[in-house]
Write a protein that binds this ligand. Sequence first.
Ligand code: ADP
Ligand code: MG
Length: 343
Amino acid sequence: MKKLRVLALMHEALIPPDSIEGLTDKDMAPWKTEYDVLFTLEELGHESLILGVCNELDPIGQTLRDWKPHIVFNLLEEFNGQATHIPYILAYFELLKQPYTGCNPLGLSFAYNKALAKKLLSYHDIPMPRFQVFPREQSIQRPKHLSFPLIVKSDTDHGSVGISQASIVRGDRKLKERVEYIHDRIRTDAIVEEYIDGRELYVGVIGNRHLQTLPIWEMFFPRLPDSAPRIATSKIKWDLNYQTKIGLKTRAATNLPRGVPERIARISKRVYRILGQSGYARMDFRLAPDGGIYLLESNPRPDLAYGEDFAESAHKMGIRYEELIQRIVTLGLGYQRQQHNAG
Ligand SMILES: Nc1ncnc2c1ncn2[C@@H]1O[C@H](COP(=O)(O)OP(=O)(O)O)[C@@H](O)[C@H]1O
Ligand SMILES: [Mg+2]
């Protein structure tokens, strides 16, 4: 395997320390992905250089010119505090013909405009909950095609930002309140969807032209009170103590109805292609008790940390962590080659 110069691009506040001795999981949580990827690039024998950025483009251009990396391993999740700016950084790489890992700028843009992605996917008949967008400047009126219970989410945010049990609403007054909450507190447009009770499933997809799906992963909330809806709220995603309290677990989904795994894999690949994604992504689904499959969203930036769902599901099908990281690098190089060949 060719040894490469890999520029690890990350937020300057998330550069891991040289040694992790004596640190707890909680200490490491903010930069664990960065640490795991850097460690693994080293294990793979690549030469890596860390570049931490916050709001300056010049150091990126300068390092590309001086160090001439074969590829940028893109771990940067925001520029100047804005996740929505990352596609523009990638567009800069495209203009320079600089290979990078992960999704291309267009595919990534859909992650920050979920409404646009959903409109495109509904044109292609991808099964999704019925939805309506509530832009900030417009009045809040529930359209007739949406029936309660509904769930109210942000159009641009990820990681369940703005999602709590109060996001599920059962009447027009609560709907209005929650949409206003997204507008005023989260400061984004809102998406309102029909709430799908059911199993929470995730599927990784890897590839550029030839796509591979990873085994279906499921989230369980064994000790969540019966009265609480089983959804991945921000508290469930980010509060380590609460995760322990409710016994949060994710693992390979078993006992799926006949035909469901194949249908989910097929839908996942279609979604990936429709949204023009590349590198890798993770699809979020709900499976209703009647067997109905609903895509919630496609995440072209799933967490790549060792032991997290994406890596674990790859491992389940025999792709070790080092192999996964190497594949992601190889796909980044391959994508850029395809772009150039296409003119
Ligand atoms: N229509 C829905 N029906 C049921 N649960 C939902 C629905 N939309 C979102 N959820 C719950 O909220 C979580 C976060 O929503 P999602 O659309 O995936 O946004 P995010 O980008 O924040 O992950 C989901 O993982 C799921 O548990
Ligand atoms: Mg999600």
